[in-house]
Design a protein. Sequence first.
Length: 306
Amino acid sequence: MMHRPEQVSLREVAPRDGLQNEPPVPTGDKIRLLDALSRTGLSRIEAVSFVHPRAVPQMADAAEVWEAAEKHPGIRYSALAPNLKGVQRALDAGFSAIELVVSASDTHNRANVGRGTDESIAELADVVQLAHERLAEVEAIIATSFGCPYEGDVDPARVAGIVDAAAAAGVDRVAFGDTTGMATPRRVNDLLDAVLSGVGTELPMLMHFHDTRGTALANLLTAMDRGVVEFDASVGGLGGCPYAPGASGNVATEEVVHMLHDMGIETGVDLDALLGAAALAQEVVGRELESGVLRAGPRTRLTERP
Ligand code: MG
């Protein structure tokens, strides 16, 4: 008999990951979306990233957005950074949860943050020291954990090695990113086999799936059945795949919530409020989003008979 959790912790990533992969939107719209999400019952939100504005113009107003946004006491807000400088800015802006991204694929890391994977890992200890001095937690996000658009398959043993290095550097948590939607249930199992035999097993683990090839919910269930209870999701599925224009990106939060609640698994999220935020996300980016639950409504919403 499969052991399933009573509760799953979702981190909403639309304000950062979602909007970073869309054409830039006005600061006021970002704040409106962030505030709407803060009122849905979500307990974790990735709010902004502190990256160079030339590399990512979408996040140039990160500090301004965060300054104006509602901060709900029950919500753990986080900021993503590509390097120590970004981490410093995130701490200065008042964040107490920091995510540092490092790609398992060296080619992807160079494309994403302009240096090799080893260089990013070497900086982790400094990031952890700085953050801990400021009483903030650090999560290492391992991008391209399930495959790389430049290198193809990524060896799970390599990802497990990065988890071990991150643990040795003192990070508080670790996340695995399916950056371009290359994961399948088999690859989720292979990755967990490799990681759970390493020394990083004590760290809380989160998985970030993309629905680029339609496997996101299957991957999530597979990981959940192996004991993973933390997942990223993006309202409305906001944020396309950066390597496949027009394709879906992040798994939609309302699709995850809709499925889990029907299975009796709690998320703390009010699905109706979340659908309202998804509709707002759609309005903000000015196009129809790729979410089945947003388009069709929840399965409990009946159609009037003719
Ligand atoms: Mg993503």
